[in-house]
Design a protein around this ligand. Structure first.
Ligand code: PRP
Length: 177
């Protein structure tokens, strides 16, 4: 039984607002890639719920693959070390690729992904993030499509976790310690 958000959770972006924005992003992406095939690459684990909603709104010839990444020093976000935990299962050479991420925070993961994916020689490489938290950026990176720009608060839900919990919340919530 779902007990609902607890006292230390506060809704930042409700499910209805998320779904409306996902539809807008999908419409923009469908327009921009009209007549082309698009490969989505979902970055695990956080992106999978966003990707599942986004892909069903895309009016395009679309395929999907996943890439798992993990960061060291995540608690402090200062190490900037990222490693692949699940690699791509087929070639993306010559494809139009759109990286799908739940959140762009320091940008360390993004910077790493750009290097890795560019090395696979896609035809084009762009990115969509549901949430952008520019206040914490340590790398000079930005996403091509952004759902919501948020302040420097710790968020969970709609795929985002704290110690692997809360990913199932339908809303994006602020987690208060
Ligand atoms: C989150 C998110 C991004 C990354 C962004 O992943 O999914 O991949 O952090 O942070 P950065 O911009 O500071 O690098 P996380 O390491 O929490 O793993 P998860 O996706 O498995 O939850």
């Amino acid at each position: 039984m779902n007990e609902g958000p607890s006292d230390n959770l506060q809704v930042l972006i409700g499910a209805d607002k998320i779904h409306e924005r996902v539809r807008e992003l999908a419409s923009q992406i469908s327009t921009d890639y009209r007549g082309r095939s698009l490969r989505l690459i979902g970055i695990l684990k956080g992106s999978w719920i966003f990707l599942a909603d986004l892909i069903r709104q895309l009016d395009l010839d679309v395929s999907v693959s996943f890439l798992g990444v993990a960061s060291y020093g995540r608690s402090t976000k200062t190490s900037g070390e990222v490693k692949i935990t699940l690699d791509l299962d087929d070639s993306i050479e010559g494809l139009d690729v759109l990286v799908v991420e739940d959140i762009l925070d320091t940008g360390e993961t993004f910077r790493y992904l750009q290097g890795v994916l560019t090395g696979h020689q896609p035809r084009s490489l762009k990115s969509v993030v549901l949430l952008d938290k520019p206040a914490r950026r340590t790398q000079h990176v930005k996403a091509d499509y952004v759902g919501f720009t948020i302040p420097d608060v710790f968020v969970v839900g709609y795929g985002l976790d704290f110690s692997q919990q809360y990913r199932n919340l339908p809303d994006v919530c602020v987690l208060h310690p």
